[in-house]
Design a protein around this ligand. Structure first.
Ligand SMILES: Nc1ncnc2c1ncn2[C@@H]1O[C@H](COP(=O)(O)OP(=O)(O)OP(=O)(O)O)[C@@H](O)[C@H]1O
Ligand SMILES: [Zn+2]
Length: 723
């Protein structure tokens, strides 16, 4: 009899002991009964002398012969659980592909193959009159064919008929997974000669390819970072080792994937949120078997197993999407550092606009710092300017002066990109007579007006209602919109520039599979001259014909309560500027603002992001903010606001420490959402470990507070925002 510790997907911060006759390896799944339920758990280790051996339940079944979580991934799970103070069972649940959580086999599912039976010649002769059946059998003469392929040419009726005659037979077998399969056709296509800075970056990364070495690759937009990745991984792939590449969003995947696929002529494993569970598991299996040389995916791809790990790359490392905002609130970039460390391989964090956390690690020499300061291929830098809109006439949010600059660029046949940070027609609907504003009751925030869908929509909870005709408050017929969104700009610009083809890109317009990619292709085929859109347009796309970028409103972020708002604005503006002037045509960018003299805007416009970020780091240091201090936040929400607040008050009394500062309870930046009031308690300290220790000790008491079960509460270590 053996005893093992099993991590079970329940919100309890412990493992559970089970007995078994055969000892499964750590990382193997087992089915167990847990109370009245049957669950899939993962063995985390053996226990030699449990306390009450007779009371211990036996495992129902061992699911895996070989661990689904290898040594490294299991170690990462423990790290995640300890660092983010999250129950180990739930951590493991998050890390595994959905089908494996449900207990499905971790080996590839069998494929059906069709074989020709013996006596082929006789059988063929017997089929002289049945031409299709003859052709089908003939197709199997040389070698068996996969059923899927056979059915592409022959209908099931033909196949069934042959089987009934006993002329063909089927066989099921698992698809062979072939380690290092890519080496069979790996071939490096023609590539540009790296410039001096690229060459330094490439050779530095290549030289450290057999040990843990983290790098920040800080390269201005269009400086050829992707080219550095491509050339840096060449040797790794040639040596038969795998590369994991994280990208922020699904929209980015197709472009990146095709560059890697065509450079090396190999199959790329792709993992993103729109993949179905089966395909996701298949990529997981092929990566685990070492069949795929390159795996590209969004946040959760960091959990992909690799048999021959070679390098990890995190592209656009500053991007917010790397932080998971519910459940296990991990940061995929930070996890990538841990993973590369555990695997003992290099890590490249690439971006034009490094997060202050990463920049600080590079400036303090914890990470190697590789810089690309010039745009590749001779493209010039986008010239940035501020447009003072005080006292200027604004039409649908755009100043007259701005319109004439746009006209100039359009008349030269160039493309113009207009950035608006709100989708929909207008961010509010109000009554011009009584001033009544239409707010979502559940969130106490104005509804956004959506003209195309003819409805009011709450961007916080997704709630919607039809657009009213009369004011529900005074009955007058004077409802007007306030502020501008993408739809309104689209309408206005269509009237202002008749005959100029325009396209709107926001999450409303690019819903549906491949829609974004098709739109981007159309833009680059110059089917459109005016591009209007939200953040989506800022993300790494390559728009060679755009020469002007207009940012309509950046004032909101200048006065935000979130201390990261200025960093995020600077990243957004710089990334947007990076979309212009990427080819031979020079680009310019204009920022409309009511605060032209604001030091942040001035610094950014005149000195660029790299300078701004270093200044901002100094400021953070002086004001005792991250990355010089660590933070964690406990959030609490309830329909009864007092209860949500009271819970945090009680938590506060449980968290007494000399070195951890407590701030709150305070309302969250979004004070109410979906009918629940929201509060937060912020913990801050110069010592990361002090916060972790304090929380770890207090968690059992917090969990057993009577109010804890009456509110929704969560813990967020290294929060990236306070909404
Ligand atoms: N050494 C080089 N010589 C000529 N062209 C190059 C060179 N390096 C990169 N390029 C080209 O310059 C363009 C920009 O390069 P790349 O996409 O790698 O830049 P990036 O820094 O990744 O861009 P982004 O700002 O989108 O992150 C691409 O068309 C690429 O093929
Ligand atoms: Zn709402």
């Amino acid at each position: 009899m053996h005893f093992v510790e099993v991590a079970v997907p329940v919100p309890l911060r412990q493992t559970f002991t089970y007995s078994c006759d055969i000892l499964p390896e750590p990382g193997c799944r087992v089915s167990i009964s847990f109370g009245p339920r049957n669950l899939v758990g993962v063995v985390t280790g053996e226990l030699t002398a449990p306390e009450n051996p007779d009371k211990i339940k036996a495992i129902d079944k061992i699911i895996d012969d070989t661990p689904v979580l290898d040594r490294v991934l299991l170690k990462l799970c423990h790290w995640l659980s300890q660092y983010y103070l999250h129950p180990i069972g739930e951590v493991i649940h998050t890390v595994l592909p959905v089908l494996l959580r449900k207990g499905e086999s971790a080996s590839p599912v069998d494929e059906v193959w069709w074989h020709a039976a013996d006596n082929i010649d006789e059988n063929l002769a017997a089929l002289k009159r049945a031409k299709r059946q003859y052709a089908c059998l003939e197709a199997l003469v040389d070698e068996p064919v996969r059923e899927g392929d056979l059915k592409n040419t022959f209908p099931s009726t033909i196949i069934n008929a042959l089987e009934e005659k006993g002329f063909i037979r089927q066989e099921s077998k698992p698809p062979p997974l072939r380690p290092k399969m890519w080496l069979d056709y790996f071939d490096v296509a023609k590539k540009p000669l790296p410039d001096k800075e690229q060459a330094v970056a490439i050779s530095t990364i290549v030289q450290s390819r057999s040990r843990f070495a983290p790098y920040l690759l800080e390269g201005v937009t269009g400086s050829g970072k992707t080219e550095v990745y491509l050339q840096a991984i060449e040797d790794v792939l040639a040596e038969g080792r795998q590369v994991l590449i994280l990208v922020p969003e699904i929209g980015l995947t197709p472009q990146t994937v095709s560059r890697f696929a065509s450079r090396f002529g190999i199959d790329i494993g792709i993992l993103h949120s729109q993949l179905n569970d089966k395909d996701r598991l298949s990529v997981w299996q092929r990566a685990r078997a070492g069949e795929l040389g390159v795996i590209i995916g969004t946040r959760s791809a960091i959990f992909t197993p690799m048999k021959f790990p070679g390098m990890i790359i995190v592209d656009e490392e500053h991007d917010d999407s790397y932080k998971q905002q519910d459940g296990l609130r991990y940061h995929a970039r930070d996890l990538a550092v841990m993973r590369a460390h555990t695997e003992n391989i290099p890590l490249v964090l690439g971006t034009a606009t490094p997060s202050l956390e990463t920049l600080n690690n590079a400036l303090t020499k914890r990470y190697g710092h590789l810089q690309l300061t010039k745009r590749a291929g001779g493209a010039s830098k986008t010239h940035q300017q501020v447009l003072d809109v005080r006292d200027q006439r604004l039409q649908f949010g755009i100043a007259d002066g701005m319109l004439s600059i746009m006209r100039q660029h359009l008349s030269m046949g160039n493309q113009v990109l207009v950035f608006v940070n709100r989708r929909g027609y207008a961010p509010a609907l109000i009554c011009h007579h009584c001033g009544h504003s239409y707010d979502c009751r559940r969130c106490e925030r104005p509804y956004t007006v959506h003209r195309t869908q003819q409805r009011l929509q709450c961007h916080h909870c997704g709630g919607a209602r039809p657009i009213p005709r009369q004011c529900e408050h005074c009955g007058e017929n004077k409802l007007i919109t306030a502020g501008v969104g993408t739809e309104q700009i689209e309408d206005g610009l269509a009237k202002m520039f008749p005959g100029v083809k325009q396209i709107r890109i926001d999450s409303d317009s690019v819903r549906g599979k491949d829609k974004l990619q098709r739109s981007l292709d159309d833009i680059n085929a110059q089917k459109y001259q005016l591009l209007i859109g939200t953040q989506i347009l800022s993300k790494g796309h390559h728009f060679p014909h755009v020469t002007l970028v207009v940012v309509l409103d950046c004032d909101g972020a200048l006065f935000s309560a979130d201390f990261r708002a200025s960093e995020k604005l600077a990243q957004l503006v710089t990334q947007l500027a990076g979309r212009a002037g990427r080819a031979s045509k020079p680009g310019e960018m204009w920022l409309q603002t009511h605060n032209p003299g604001h030091p942040l805007l001035q610094d950014l416009v005149h000195n660029g992001y790299a300078h701004f970020a270093r200044q901002a780091l100094d400021e953070r240091k002086l004001s005792w903010m991250p990355p010089f201090q660590s933070q964690a936040v406990i959030r609490s929400e309830a329909t009864n606001g007092e209860l949500a607040w009271e819970f945090l008050e009680q938590v506060r009394t449980l968290l007494q420490s000399e070195v951890v500062r407590l701030n709150g309870p305070l309302p969250c930046l979004i004070e109410k959402r979906q009918g629940r009031y929201r509060f937060m308690l912020v913990l801050q300290s110069a010592q990361r470990k002090a916060i972790n220790d304090l929380l770890r000790r207090a968690l059992p008491n917090i969990t057993s507070l009577p109010t804890a079960s009456k509110v929704r509460w969560s813990l967020d270590v290294d929060p990236s925002d306070f909404s």
